[in-house]
Design a protein around this ligand. Sequence first.
Ligand SMILES: [Zn+2]
Length: 332
Amino acid sequence: MTALNRRALLGGAAAMAGALSLGGMPARAGAPFRNSLPPAWHRFRLGEYEATIVSDGRLPLGQPEPAFPASPPAELRSLLEAAFLPPDAATLEQNALILNTGRQLILFDTGMGESMGADSKMFGPTTGQLLNNMRAAGIEPEQIDLVVLTHAHNDHCWGLTDAKGQRVFPNAQVAVSEADLKYWTDDNNKRGPDFMKVFVEGAKKNLSAYRDRLVMVRNEQEVAPGVVALATPGHTVGHHCYAITSGNQVMVNTGDLAHHHILLLRKPMWEFAYDTDPKLSAQSRSRMLDRLATDRLPLLSYHFPWPGLGHVARAGDGYDWVPAPMNLSSLG
Ligand SMILES: [Zn+2]
């Protein structure tokens, strides 16, 4: 717009405002800000199945350098800036999948919940929204038949129970890998970084409430019809992705294969602070990203920008995140 045009437009608006006031309209205060967010859920068809993604809310990591300890700080900042992201604060989302197979209602990961009280808010007050968003999507926790865990970290399994340790999903079985079950309920693993103590305490509290209804996840085997576990160890010893097939459609729920859609896709060998075995995690990430890109498979990533649906495409030594278009009539 030229300066002349802009002046003409602004002049026109001023004249219009003058005309309105001349008409005797009373001056009004502006509408109040609502300061609230819409419920965060997204629904689409996957073959014969119906998929709903619900958010547990944002998970801010704060300064990115400590979260990605093996990365050169200057390179890390320039990658964030090139993606128009703040270089001094990394933020993750939490995208949980609910799959209705027609026979079973399956929730993949539970968010942070409230079971560990103040520790549940260790990443800030924005987490713990899963139940609200699930209900807004028309799904009650009593309806969940099976909870499938990608791994037993706080932001994935602490929503299994409430603050009193009661089951939030009273009719659900819980599928978890034997490796993660053993590791995260073993008091010997409270050593090491500060967070290990509360991570182990939280996993014990949440998983023990379902001790009589646990299902062991095994690599390359189904946990439900069309849902195949794919071992991707390193972030935790028993981390699994899940390939979901229905009709002629496939989607891979990648859990915490990669936490950041820029940093760990452009640089798959960079490490993440909460990895149990960072080197193995990087190997699993590289191997699975190669397969996802080669086979052009759609995926859901737990921590990528809401709602976490898209593809990975090769770009140099790494990958680009290509988000799926949000289609308001995607049930068609
Ligand atoms: Zn996570």
